[in-house]
Structure formats: C-alpha cells, structure tokens
Design a protein around this ligand. Structure first.
Ligand code: C2O
Length: 553
C-alpha cells in the first residue's frame, strides 16, 4: 500500500469549456479536475486550499470511509465547510472496494461549477475479476453543462411553483470538452478557437479490447451512451464488477458509473461516433439552444475525419429511468441477508416549504445544511441530546412520516450495532431521482412504475402487505451499487447492511433536487460513534471565518 498525496488549490475562474466563457470554480486551474488513481489499500491525502470567495468542501463519492466518517466531506453532516482563505487536509484509506468513483464539492452546487473529477481504484485482481480482458483503460466523464453559475440558476428554481422547471442545461461535455457555435450565443463572450475547445477524441488501437469508465458527473441530465457499430459489454456498476453483458446503448443517471469494454474488431470504417444523448423527455421546455447530443470521435488512425458511422436501428429510450440492470450478475457472489431488522417506508415529493420556496421532501422533511453544526459533531457530542435534535426512529416497521421540520428540519434514521434495513421509497413527483447513499453500497432488490405491488388495493405500505413483492425476490446475489433511481411516480426497494459507523447523507443526486432539500440522513452504528474522537482540524473548520458563504437558501 502506498500514500498518494495531492495538493489542490480551488479558485474562481472564467473558463470556456465549449467556447462560451462562464464563471467557474476550478481545482488547480484544471477542468475537469485532477484524476485520483490509486490501488486498493492505498491512503489518499489531499491538501485543499480554498482561494475562492465561497466556502467549499470535497466529497469522495462512493468511498466507504470506514472509521473516517469525518473525512466524507459533506457540509452540515460530516464537517463545516472550508472557509475562503482556509486549508484542510483530507486523509483516508481506500479498502474493501475498487472500481470507478469520483469526487465533487459537497457545498451548494459547486460541482456543477467545475469542482469535480474522477477517482479510480484498481483492485488486486482487477483484470482477473473482470472476466473480460482489456488492453487499455480510460475514463470518460459525461456531463451536462450550463453557461451560468449554479447559484444564479438555483434562486430561480426555488421560487414557488417552479419545482418542475429544473434549470435545463445548454449542452453536454465529454471529459470537459465540446464545441459550440459562438453565433448561437450572441450575448455571451465566446472563443471556440482556444486549444481546450474541440470535439473530444478517443484514440483506440484496432483489434484490442478497451475499458471505458463512464461516469455521469452532471447536475441533472440522464445520458444514453453508445459507440456506433460497437457492442458495449458492461463489466462494472458503481464499483461492483459484473459478468460482461452486451448492450447497444447504456443509460446513465447523474452520479452513476458503468465500465464498458469495447471490442474493436472492426473493418469497414476508421472513425466512429461515440454519442452521449440526453434523454430530453425528462426536461420541461428544453430551449432551442439545447444541444442534447454530445459527440466524441473514436479514431483508429489518428486522422481527423468526420465519422460516417451508423446509428443503431432500435428506438431511443424516452423514459427517464435506470438502465435495466436485472440481468447483470455481480462477479463476486454476495447474498443479501434474508430478513431485514428494520423496514422504512419513505415518500419523496416536492411542495412549497418555508419562505415560500419550492422544496424537496422525504416524509415531510426537507434538509438545510447547518453549516456550523454538522450532524456528526452533534452525535459525537452526546447521544443523549440527540433525540431532541433529530427525528430519530429505531422501531421495526415505523412509518417515519411525521418529521416536524419546523422544529428539526431533519429526518435522521439512527441505528445501533449492525442492522439490516429495508427502504421502500415511493416517488410522488414527476421527476426521476437517482438516490445516493454515502458510505455504502446497497442491494437493489426491485424497482418499478406506479404503486408498489401490495396484497390488496389501498393497503398500507408495510412488510406484510408487500409480501407478494417480498416473496418474488431473488436474494442470492443482487446488484450492489451506491446510486439507483426511483423513477417518476415509481418505487424502489433497497436493502442495506448498516455496518459502517458514521453520519451519512442519503439524497437525490440531481443537484437541483438535493439543494432543494431532497436529502435525509442515516446515522449507523451510532453506539460506536459516541466514542469517536473527531480530529481537531475538522472541528476547527467550524470556527473559521466566512464558512456561511456560499451556503444555499
Ligand atoms: Cu456524490 Cu452526497 O454525493
């Protein structure tokens, strides 16, 4: 095992990823941000210096942080933000996991302003486990792109009756690149002749296998990704290796990752389109300037020519939901526990909340980060005070439906010891929600449209009435991932082995939705947390000047 050390400086900067200049926040003047590439067992050390005007923090998406919950980087939950002019060092060991992850700011929507990048963990038997041998390995960050600072867009979105009008991107980027016509944006400062602005290119050697790690680092859009005339064998889902299965197109929601292995036994053409298409039916009123199809050129000859490759014949997906993963089989067999200790029914919706702003809710609770008193600190400061602060629930079959957010504004489920928890989440909103849990992968047991299958119409949602669904589950080796979606007016059933001590966010990864409060917390193995010592550097952040800057409404 090695120590991997990085020095990052975060600054506000003008940048023109697609030609149009916009205010951004960048790490080391780079966009996308720097790659972290480590082996399983390595220790990652990142020294962050905040030279931007707003407070910030960095979250390591999908990393377990076992024993280092205080390094999870989540403002209001595991730390106070790093104030302007302040420094903070993240240090954590990566163990028990490998595959494709990423990092991003977890303060406001700074990720959409540029603070994000890939985090790749090479497993010990990576290639053996992958079953499908590959010759090269590369990252493809796929993202929607906006020309305005996220904070300006957010205020519009949170106005009453705007909940169905998430800000629509102007286009997309692949590895931070794309190229727009300056004439389409006469009111913007634009230069599409600088070296960074171009159609992304992917150079591949023919007659080899290439692993592409697709990571959706965007704020809102779901993409459908394909390489014309090439099958994509999916071999990894959010860090879980799976038996290779061929797809023509792979749907990827924000924060999800898929590795695909491309077989390049091709003859008839020398360049091909890699197409990443936004599923625009998820948007209300997409503007004329929206460039929903993002292209990269896959080249075998390093010659610049426009591909004439042929699109797949079948129709494009119009639905905003996850790739159908029911046929994907994890390479390492892990059975889900046959019974859960707890069952929680969660309802997600949007309505007008405090200050007449449109907010997202889980069971009537909408999250606002308390920049100056993160949950983890409150838990460690005394489990006794906590029942007043948190809306906790530990009983079996509890409906956590009465969180009085006027008092606490926080829905927190807290468990002691190692417990297995089922969550049945019903979505009463017309948008798709990719639900991410920090610190874990969970078992995706079932997903569906409409109302979950119950014993009889109108029955309450509890384990007994869900017995038709429970009886149909295959628990022998379900898919484990950290971000799976509950579709519009649909439901999802997940099972979690809550064995990782910490305070963890569970939220929609559409940045607009999480900023609107569609976030709740899990405090797991709380009994052990009471004995944890939070490092002084983390505690000191809460006394730093300027930490309220850039906190959302
Ligand atoms: Cu990728 Cu709470 O985040």
């Amino acid at each position: 095992a090695q120590k991997r050390e990085y020095h990052w400086t975060i600054r506000d900067q003008e940048h023109n990823p697609d030609g149009i200049y916009r205010p951004m926040m960048l790490v080391n003047n780079q966009f996308p941000g720097p790659l972290i590439e480590v082996n399983e067992g390595d220790t990652v050390v990142v020294h962050v210096e905040n030279e931007a005007v707003n407070a910030t923090s960095i979250h390591w998406h999908g990393i377990y942080q076992n024993g280092t919950s205080h390094m999870d980087g989540t403002v209001g939950i595991s730390q106070c933000p790093i104030g302007p002019g302040q420094k903070f060092t993240y240090e954590f060991t990566v163990s028990g996991q490998s595959g494709s992850y990423w990092w991003h700011a977890h303060q406001g929507l700074q990720s959409a302003d540029g603070v994000h990048g890939p985090l790749i963990i090479h497993g010990r038997d990576e290639k053996k486990l992958q079953r499908l041998q590959y010759d090269t390995d590369r990252v493809l960050l796929i993202s929607d792109h906006y020309h305005d600072l996220s904070s300006a867009l957010l205020w519009q979105y949170l106005k009453p009756d705007m909940e169905n009008t998430e800000p629509v991107p102007v286009g997309g980027l692949i590895n931070g690149q794309s190229i727009r016509d300056c004439d389409d944006f006469p009111e913007r400062r634009c230069d599409n002749t600088t070296a960074n602005v171009r159609l992304p290119r992917i150079d591949l050697t023919p007659n080899q296998h290439h692993r592409l790690r697709l990571i959706n680092v965007g704020a809102f859009a779901e993409f459908q990704v394909q390489v014309d005339e090439h099958e994509l064998a999916v071999t990894e889902v959010d860090g879980t290796d799976v038996e290779p299965l061929n797809y023509h197109r792979v749907n990827i929601n924000p924060a999800q990752r898929y590795s695909v292995v491309v077989n390049t036994a091709v003859e008839d053409s020398e360049t091909f389109w890699l197409r990443a298409r936004m599923i625009t039916s998820c948007f209300t009123d997409p503007p004329k300037t929206l460039q929903a199809d993002v292209h990269a050129v896959v080249r075998y000859n390093e010659v610049d020519e426009t591909p004439t490759s042929i699109d797949w014949e079948e129709r494009l997906a119009a639905q905003c939901n996850d790739l159908n993963t029911t046929d994907l089989i994890p390479a390492e067999v892990v059975a889900a526990p046959t019974k859960a200790d707890h069952f929680f029914y969660l309802r997600s919706n949007f309505e007008i909340g405090r200050y007449r702003l449109s907010r997202g809710f889980f069971n009537g609770s909408s999250f606002r980060p308390q920049a100056k008193s993160p949950s983890l600190h409150r838990v460690v400061d005394g489990l006794t005070a906590q029942n007043e602060t948190f809306k906790a629930a530990e009983d079996d079959d509890v409906f956590v439906n009465d969180a009085a957010f006027d008092i606490s504004n926080e829905l927190v489920i807290q468990t002691s010891g190692v417990k297995t928890i089922d969550f049945l989440i019903s979505n009463f909103d017309d948008g798709n929600h990719p639900l991410h849990l920090h610190g874990y992968k969970y078992f995706v047991l079932a997903q569906g449209h409409g109302y979950p299958p119950l014993t009889h119409v109108g029955a309450d949602i509890n384990r007994e009435n869900l017995s038709p669904l429970y009886d149909s589950l295959d628990l022998s080796n379900p898919l484990r991932r950290d971000t799976a979606s509950v579709e519009a007016f649909g439901w999802i059933l997940i099972r979690l082995v809550a064995d990782n001590p910490g305070a963890w966010a569970f939220h929609c990864h559409i940045s607009w939705h999480s900023e609107a409060g569609l976030l709740m917390q899990l405090v797991t193995r709380a009994d052990e947390l009471a004995h944890v010592q939070i490092p002084q550097a983390n505690v000191d952040l809460c006394a730093a000047p300027g930490i309220e800057k850039g906190t959302g409404p």
